[in-house]
Design a protein around this ligand. Structure first.
Ligand SMILES: Cc1ncc(COP(=O)(O)O)c(C=O)c1O
Length: 396
């Protein structure tokens, strides 16, 4: 008698939910009108809104007037978009013909594709990830079957980068292992490597023959457009092989449009062409072609001198606000002073999980259990209440 019981979708095990997504749902369901959600990672202006940048709106209008077809673009997406991004992402290496790129659905698409390329080239490669890192990094690397290994990154209690331990862990990497590095605005800690630390990491990467994979999701929101890619540019100076996952979703305020790019550098033009052919094949298997709109908007901004200049002003305004709010929080209490020395949209408060829960229950302030919060997650009006609640919680 044949076994007639077929495998069933109903047999799937439950998924351990993404705690940040669960937090967003919890905040949404809270009826208190003065609630503050600093869990979600989108930029908010002084009024608490996440606006579409002027330059992006203007480009969308131009696009609407000029776009004549929505015929397929091909697997690389908007080719001009990638070319116009090169000066920002690659800086002085922008003319290097050993580097090629393609448009991806956001930085996530680029990360996933990059991991998949690594898996194909070197199935035994381990991905060396900072502890902590962005929670979506490990599942993406694991998802393609790569092995993970942590390197210490941030000492939450002493609010500093565990640099010596990071260097020892990277020094124990095997040739071909991947060093995943945040280009700038480290998520979740806000603690970025100094120029000297980047130089040291670069030296170890070369010495141990590691493959640097740089996640550049917040360029322009830390110290400046060029400054935020300086570590990457230093790696490109000396490494024959570098992978970059870039996102335009934050610096163009285009989160839901899913705009990003994967850059691949190898030791020679032919090897890059071969790698890109594989990348295109793998992209074809996953999403075939990236969605066009966001890339076309970024291209429209960057090919128009006035819009590009205005966009750079707008990135400067976002950066200015992030750094101002940082300074305000840092100045409120000596225990928060470290926040003024960090960069980007995130920082980790020295709170226990119980204190994070208390902030939620008593003050309707929502942040990740780790104490990670979005520096610009609230309006200027809500900021004093946020600071007062955090200080009160720290006082116990
Ligand atoms: C560190 C880091 N990398 C990559 C991404 C992915 O960005 P995108 O929304 O473009 O996929 C994010 C988004 O939050 C991020 O924080």
């Amino acid at each position: 008698m044949l076994d007639m019981i077929a495998p069933s979708l109903a047999a799937l095990p439950p998924v351990t939910s993404d705690s940040l997504l669960a937090l967003i749902a919890l905040a949404k369901a809270d009826p208190r009108t003065d609630k503050i959600d600093v869990g979600v990672g989108v930029y908010r202006d002084a009024g608490g809104a996440t606006p579409i940048p002027r330059s992006v709106k203007a480009a969308e209008k131009l696009l609407w007037e000029r776009q004549e077809t929505k015929a397929y673009l091909g697997g690389r997406g908007d080719v001009r978009f990638g070319e116009l991004l090169r000066p920002f992402v690659l800086g002085r290496h922008s003319g290097d013909e050993r580097i090629d790129q393609l448009q991806t659905p956001g930085g996530c698409g680029a990360l996933r594709l990059g991991f998949q390329l690594i898996k194909l080239a070197n199935p035994k490669a381990r991905v060396l990830l900072g502890d902590p890192t962005w929670p979506n990094h490990p599942p993406m690397a694991l998802g393609v079957g790569l092995e993970l290994s942590n390197y210490p990154y941030y000492d939450r209690d002493n609010r500093r980068i565990r640099f010596d331990e990071m260097i020892s862990a990277l020094s124990a990497g095997r040739p071909g292992d991947v060093a995943l590095l945040h280009g700038c605005c480290h998520n979740p800690t806000g603690a970025d490597l100094s120029d000297g630390q980047w130089a040291e990491v670069t030296r170890i990467v070369v010495e141990r023959r590691l493959l640097p994979f740089v996640d550049l999701a917040y360029q322009g929101l830390g110290r400046g457009m060029a400054e935020d890619a300086a570590g990457l540019h230093g790696l490109l100076d000396v490494c024959d092989e570098v992978i970059v996952a870039q996102s335009c979703d934050k610096n163009f305020g285009s989160y839901r449009d899913r705009v990003g790019a994967l850059f691949v550098k190898t030791g020679g033009r032919d090897a890059t062409a071969t790698a890109m052919a594989h990348v295109l094949q793998m992209a074809r298997e996953m999403w075939s072609m990236p969605p066009d709109h966001g890339g076309a908007v970024v291209r429209t901004v960057l090919e128009n001198a006035a819009l590009k200049a205005d966009w750079l002003v707008e990135v400067g305004e976002m950066r200015g606000r992030i750094n101002e709010v940082r300074a305000t929080i840092a100045g409120a209490d000596p225990r928060l002073a470290f926040i003024g020395e960090q960069f980007g949209m995130f920082s980790m408060l020295p709170l226990t999980k119980a204190q994070v829960v208390a902030l939620r229950e008593t003050h309707a302030i929502y942040m990740a259990d780790s104490g990670r919060f979005n520096i610009v997650g609230m309006s200027d009006e809500a900021l004093p209440r946020f600071i007062a609640a955090v200080v009160e919680t720290l006082d116990g």
